[in-house]
Design a protein around this ligand. Structure first.
Ligand code: ADP
Ligand code: MG
Length: 648
């Protein structure tokens, strides 16, 4: 067959193949057009998941008769004023959405422009244009799409069931809504309103966060750290959730580049690196970032649907994301998410627990053992009745015997703790002959009155230890319950990391240097980060064209499988141009060491030690969650406790 030019309708259908994959992609194009037209209200309607009918109505600037005629022409756009693809400030610019939709479906545009006396409507069916007709519509545009893919039936087969298609549309709208808080968005199907985001007041400084709350959930609003960083030609704003608020996948991580929702692994990767220390590898934080940069520094025209971008300096973008998140996290200090307290409170709901909770039947015992009351759960065996130490709550303040026989000599350990940080507790408690340390002169049970200054101690003053595992503190505005093992593990871990940062990673030479064969690109990539690796204790050198030789390894790694470590680093470099593998491996080992070196659950602590723990928490970044993203403490506000007892 000889070469020929394709007819315009076929060209449009080919373009539609890339741009209009499913109802959600048509909706995306139409809503982007509405946003580009300056709308402050956008309504979307779907029938049959969008397959039989979809409509987008806006209150934007509308189109004149002449505009309407041109809008459906291929490559007709009002959005490239200076014909420079790198000066794009609008969501659209390719001028192919409307003709593409018109070539595969029945498309009707109705629009009223302020310069026209009334609205005009234009229909296209499978690429065939009808005449313009007068219509009625206040200001704005309504685009209706019926019988999607009727002109290209093969495509229909790729559509999923209506609920799945609706979910895709919802996702698309949510993303656009997140980036445009001042515009209202609604999505309705035959029966329900699926999305309803009222326009946020432009003068409200919390508008962006409020809009995010209505999409990512109220928990996010309450537990989000503000990101606001300006560096070189980049501006990064947005919100990052506390690590204790996490999910099983990365679905709640959003990146917007110059107002456009994009999917780029740069975000997921940056988030992973920044949160690596605070979350288990299989948990994902909630993050929403808006990056503004010079339009020339990013290519938006990589993919017809424009959801992918190409950065001129991806490394810089990545490092900005990582450092912004890390800074916000370290500034958050010991904060743990409010969901933690809420979860706790809901677990306390009286109606759920009342049947199984009964006071000690021995009322006399309850009454006389002043300040030492025993709560026996009816669920436990009768033999544990009143005898189980683990179920005994001892109020230290009036129980002189509380810490006798359990605390260390106060002066000695007091100094020890202050001087060498959290290691001291670990060291002291690691000793098995702990009983030999016991002094009869216990630390005074009454806390020092001059220290009774709640305002200075957000985590309060230690009042008791229960089950030899939890520290109970009283703060100015509530009660704090600390998991002593979890929090100490965190403190020891941070301490070890600080140590390494100060002294560097100790390394040891290999008796038999290990030669690793790679391909040339991999070897080059690995060698290009050799000084970075060296600072982490891994010394490599080139060894012929395609190989490298490992000469020294971090002592902390012990008998590690160097081959697979190197392979993992190489894979990371291949995929992301950077690797955190070595650092992560070291951190993992530090984590395990911290776990073993920290106070176990089941150790008795004196009030002094408990207070030391609380003070260290307050001064240690990230102490609000353990190394796996679980909270290390729960705070119940006085008002919550009052609510629990029906006092408010
Ligand atoms: P692009 O958005 O890339 O310019 P489209 O095919 O999506 O291409 O739209 C073509 C033109 O039609 C746009 O440039 C714009 O001028 C006009 N247009 C489309 N939708 C609307 C709308 N909702 N309100 C006003 N003008 C619109
Ligand atoms: Mg468009």
């Amino acid at each position: 067959m000889s070469i020929r030019l394709l007819p315009p309708n076929l060209i449009n259908q080919i373009a539609a193949g890339e741009v209009i994959e499913r109802p959600a992609s048509a909706i995306k194009e139409l809503v982007e057009n509405s946003l580009d037209a300056g709308s402050t209200s956008i309504e979307v309607i779907l029938r049959d998941g969008g397959r039989s009918y979809m409509a987008v109505a806006d209150n934007g600037k509308g189109m004149t008769q002449a505009d309407l005629k041109l809008a459906v022409q291929r490559h007709a756009t009002s959005k490239l004023p200076d014909e420079n693809l790198f000066h794009i400030k609008t969501l659209g610019f390719r001028g192919e959405a409307l003709p593409s939709i018109g070539s595969v479906a029945r498309l009707k545009l109705t629009s009223k422009h302020q310069n026209e006396e009334h609205a005009w409507a234009l229909s296209i069916e499978g690429g065939h244009e009808h005449n313009l007709e007068p219509a009625s519509l206040p200001l704005g545009t309504k685009v209706e799409v019926s019988d999607l893919f009727f002109a290209t039936p093969a495509r229909l087969k790729f559509l999923k069931a209506a609920p799945t298609e609706v979910t895709h549309t919802q996702d698309v709208l949510k993303r656009l809504a997140m980036a445009n808080p001042h515009c209202s968005f609604t999505l309705k199907d035959e029966k329900r309103t699926l999305l309803d985001c009222p326009a946020q007041d432009p003068s409200d400084s919390d508008a962006a966060l409020k809009r995010l709350g209505s999409i990512m959930g109220e928990d996010f609003t309450k537990n989000a750290l503000t990101i606001d960083l300006e560096q070189d030609e980049f501006i990064l704003k947005g919100f990052a959730g506390l690590p204790t608020l996490n999910r099983a996948n990365a679905q709640y991580q959003f990146l917007f580049v110059n107002g456009r929702p994009v999917k780029d692994k740069i975000l997921n990767h940056g988030v992973k690196v920044a949160y690596a220390d605070y979350l288990a590898r299989d948990r994902f934080p909630l993050v929403c970032l808006f990056l503004e940069l010079d339009p020339e520094a990013v290519d938006m025209n990589v993919h017809p649907a424009k959801t992918e971008v190409r950065f001129r300096e991806p490394g810089k973008v990545r490092s900005i994301i990582v450092s912004a998140l890390k800074n916000a996290l370290s500034a958050s200090g010991f904060r743990a998410s409010t969901t933690v307290a809420n979860d706790t409170l809901s677990a306390f709901k009286p109606e759920e627990h009342q049947p199984s909770l009964s006071m000690n039947q021995d009322r006399a015992g309850f009454g006389t053992a002043h300040n030492t009351f025993k709560t026996v759960y009816s669920g436990s065996s009768p033999s544990s009745h009143g005898s189980s130490a683990a179920k005994t709550f001892t109020h230290q303040a009036q129980s002189p015997s509380f810490s006798a026989g359990t605390s260390f000599s106060s002066t000695r350990h007091h100094n020890g703790l202050r001087d060498s940080g959290s290691f001291a507790i670990a060291e002291a408690l690691k000793q098995d002959d702990i009983s030999s340390e016991i002094t009869s002169e216990s630390y005074p049970a009454q806390s020092d009155p001059e220290h009774d200054d709640f305002a200075a101690y957000p985590l309060g003053l230690a009042r008791a230890q229960v089950h030899d595992t939890y520290v109970i503190a009283e703060s100015g505005d509530g009660i704090v319950i600390v998991d002593q093992h979890a929090v100490h593990e965190r403190l020891v871990y941070e301490d070890m990391k600080a140590q390494i940062q100060k002294d560097g990673v100790k390394r040891q030479g290999l008796l038999l240097p290990e030669v690793i064969d790679l391909n040339e690109t991999q070897a080059q990539a690995l060698l290009s980060i050799s000084s970075e690796l060296e600072s982490l204790g891994l010394v490599i050198e080139a060894f012929g064209g395609n190989s490298i030789v490992v000469r020294e390894v971090p002592v902390i790694l012990g008998q590690t499988d160097i081959q697979s470590l190197i392979q993992d680093i190489v894979d990371d470099l291949d995929e992301m141009g950077t690797s955190e593998k070595l650092k992560q491996t070291i951190d993992d080992i530090l984590g395990t060491m911290a776990c073993h070196g920290s106070i176990r659950a089941g150790r008795k602590l004196s009030i002094l030690e408990m207070n030391e723990l609380l003070r260290q928490m307050e001064s240690t970044p990230y102490s609000g969650q353990c190394n796996h993203g679980r909270p290390t403490y729960v705070k119940l506000q006085t008002k919550d406790i009052e609510r629990l007892f029906g006092r408010t």
